[in-house]
Design a protein around this ligand. Structure first.
Ligand SMILES: Nc1ncnc2c1ncn2[C@@H]1O[C@H](COP(=O)(O)OP(=O)(O)OP(=O)(O)O)[C@@H](O)[C@H]1O
Ligand SMILES: [Mg+2]
Length: 349
């Protein structure tokens, strides 16, 4: 399918992006798909910390409490009123049903009340489009990702490689067969008694450790573009249990560093192999795990392949990425009806 852009280059389109798929209530105003006029994220991390993970019912109640203030703040920071908005893009899925409906209902209310087009966006597509955006006051905007490109999406619930030949066109080459990379970080952090979310705590524990201390297995699944992290996770668990059983201290830093090295090794090597095999021009690495410093260093320092990785603030869930993806849908003429439903499970391709 070839998409024809119907927004003319001289036109300015401002999209309000709304994201509530998990534990971040977020809204942003994006101009022409790339310039961030505002981005507000109200995180619930402190609330869910005591549960060791996201408590869905608590998450949706918290979204209800904050959603309108977050949207209002996003408009204020952009110095715009709702009447200046050309379309409202909202995460339709995948995510927690009770959380998604809060953002969806807020978006529908605004769309109906102010007669603004509504566009449902896939959260995973949003993560990929976080590689397009930059703060509006940037003097020299970063170059736009060029097609064909390969997108590695590494987040809390997903790990997949998507080939893109054009905007909004995704061909999934492979995905995790079990745990997502972020999920593995979160589970291993729990084993090591590190706090939620696991990614940042493993990363800081790993800073003090030796990545070669444990030679953990790397599931390469050669001949496919799939990933698997459950064997690695179990290998860490086995070491922890053995040490506990023999009442020996747990070398948390070395375990964290060796686990992190194994995850990064597999993600980096497989992605680079696919980039060569499919002869893509550029790479996008996005999703919460793309905030990981060792992963970023691998992609940014170990190869001179053109790679787009969003800034740290846009790796985890935010409204800017939804506004950016929403812009391209808007520009290509997509509009959704006001009875649009959320899709808690919604593959990208
Ligand atoms: N520095 C880091 N290193 C490794 N992992 C990280 C880091 N920072 C965040 N993460 C991981 O990123 C995940 C959160 O990312 P994100 O918000 O994209 O996931 P999600 O929205 O919950 O899942 P999905 O996007 O798949 O629906 C968590 O698993 C977290 O541990
Ligand atoms: Mg996410």
């Amino acid at each position: 399918m070839t998409l024809r852009k119907i927004v003319q280059p001289q036109q300015t389109a401002r999209i309000l992006g709304i994201e509530t798929s998990c534990d971040e209530t977020a809204a942003s105003v994006i101009e022409n798909g790339r310039a961030i006029l505002s981005s507000v994220v109200a995180t619930q991390i402190e609330i869910h910390k005591k549960y060791g993970g996201v408590f869905p019912e608590v998450a949706s109640r918290q979204h209800i409490r904050t959603i309108y203030a977050v949207i209002e703040q996003a408009l204020q920071q952009a110095h715009l009123g709702i009447g200046d908005i050309d379309a409202i893009a909202v995460t339709r899925g995948p995510g927690l049903a009770g959380s998604l409906v809060v953002g969806m209902n807020a978006a529908k209310g605004l769309a109906l009340g102010h007669d603004i087009p509504l566009i449902g966006v896939n959260h995973l597509e949003g993560h990929i489009y976080s590689a397009w955006v930059y703060p509006a006051d940037t003097i020299e905007p970063p170059p736009e990702p060029q097609f064909p490109l390969l997108a590695l999406l590494v987040s809390g619930g997903h790990t997949e490689l998507n080939l893109m030949h054009d905007h909004l066109q995704y061909k999934r080459l492979g995905a995790t067969l079990d745990d997502a990379a972020g999920e593995a970080f979160d589970k291993v952090a729990r084993m090591l008694d590190l706090s939620y979310p696991g990614g940042p705590s493993i990363q800081s524990a790993a800073d003090e450790g030796d990545p070669t201390a444990f030679n953990f297995p790397r599931s390469r699944l050669d001949g496919t573009w799939d990933f698997s992290f459950s064997g690695l996770k179990t290998a860490v668990l086995r070491v922890v249990r053995k040490l506990e059983d023999s009442h020996r201290p747990i070398p948390v830093a070395n375990l964290a560093a060796s686990f992190q090295a194994a995850v990064v090794d597999v993600l980096f090597s497989k992605t680079m192999k696919a980039a060569k095999e499919f002869d893509v021009k550029e790479l996008v690495v996005a999703g919460g795990v793309s905030a990981n410093r060792v992963l970023r260093d691998a992609f940014l320092k170990q190869t001179d392949f053109p790679i787009h990785i969003p800034p740290l603030s846009l790796c985890t869930d935010n409204g800017a990425m939804i506004g950016a993806a929403g812009y391209y849908h808007f520009a290509f003429g997509h509009r959704d009806p006001l009875n649009l439903d959320v899709l808690p499970t919604w593959p990208l391709s």
